[in-house]
Design a protein around this ligand. Structure first.
Ligand code: BEZ
Ligand code: FE
Length: 294
């Protein structure tokens, strides 16, 4: 990489200054602040790496390909934001610690509205292949009071590493919602989470391959919890001992979200009397919701 001459540096600075001043008449102060910072960082990046025209064209081709593959069922730009850590950084900036409230993590692309409702203790697997797993806990507020009537959405990949929406047969499996009881308690059967790759058959997958990165996510189970008077919580729980915990492709792991999934040998009676048949696991996840507006 060549060091630019003083004259070239001067011209680059003049251009940057002209671009920054083009926002002088922006009536929205926040938009102006965001755009000025974006332009400063963008020019800083271009100048720091001394971007070649060929590299600039490759970048444009990459973004064009991301746009081409994006549609109602695929959002490549969010995936890009995820693998660059921008999604988690935005969550980290906005999810200010509030007492012992449960931490948030990435949403991901596999949430589906109108999931089936199951009763407390019901089975969200709906035939998804995998080892049965009992998840139990409470929903409380940061004062420790039970939150009854919270809507708990859960969704997860099957043991073959696929969400129901990744099959082309319109199945609904590995997802449901349930409502916490009067004492804030909830419980459901799902399947023990296993690792799976994020969609990597598009430009983001090519980027990961070109940079020697894996598309694999640490094993997890998604939650979205909503309740009156509380901030919506989007999070996952992860499996303690999973070898991908420190290499999650979207940087979603937080220590507080790593849970023990206790494995039980075949024949161990389940607490609710379910005849499981083989091995099964059991996890506890107590959910603490932040008050709305905090
Ligand atoms: C997921 O966990 O479902 C996910 C999150 C980010 C990108 C792709 C998938
Ligand atoms: Fe996921």
């Amino acid at each position: 990489m060549t060091t630019p001459s003083d004259e070239r540096e001067r011209r680059e600075a003049v251009l940057l200054d002209r671009v920054l001043r083009s926002f002088d008449d922006c009536a929205d102060p926040r938009l102006r602040e965001v755009m000025l910072s974006l332009v400063r960082h963008l020019h800083g990046f271009l100048r720091e790496v001394r971007l070649t025209e060929k590299e600039w064209a490759a970048g444009i081709a990459f973004l064009t390909a991301a746009g081409d593959i994006t549609g109602p069922k695929r959002q490549e730009f969010i995936l890009l934001s995820d693998v660059l850590g921008a999604s988690m950084q935005t969550i980290t900036i906005n999810d200010e610690a509030h007492g012992d409230a449960t931490e948030a993590t990435v949403f991901g692309p596999f949430f589906v509205e109108d999931s089936p409702r199951v009763p407390i203790g019901g089975d969200i697997a709906f035939g998804a292949p995998g080892e049965p797993c009992l998840v139990e806990g409470t929903v409380t507020d940061t004062a420790g009071r039970p939150v009854p009537g919270a809507r708990i959405e859960v969704w997860e990949a099957d043991e073959d590493g696929r969400y129901d929406v990744q099959y082309d047969d319109d199945r609904t499996a590995g997802r449901a919602h349930l409502i916490s009881g009067d004492d804030g308690r909830y419980a459901f059967w799902g399947i023990t989470p296993t690792p799976y790759p994020i969609p990597h058959d598009g430009p983001v997958g090519e980027l990961l391959a070109a940079t020697g990165r894996s598309p694999m996510r640490a094993s997890h189970l998604h939650f979205m919890v909503t309740a009156a008077g509380c901030r919506r919580l989007v999070t996952h729980i992860f499996v303690r001992g999973d070898e991908l915990l420190d290499r999650d492709s979207v940087f979603g792991v937080k220590d507080s979200l790593v849970k023990d999934f206790e494995r039980h040998p075949a024949g161990t009676p389940a607490p609710d009397g379910r005849a499981v048949g083989g091995t099964w696991s059991q996890a506890r996840f107590d959910i603490v919701l932040t008050p709305e507006g905090k």
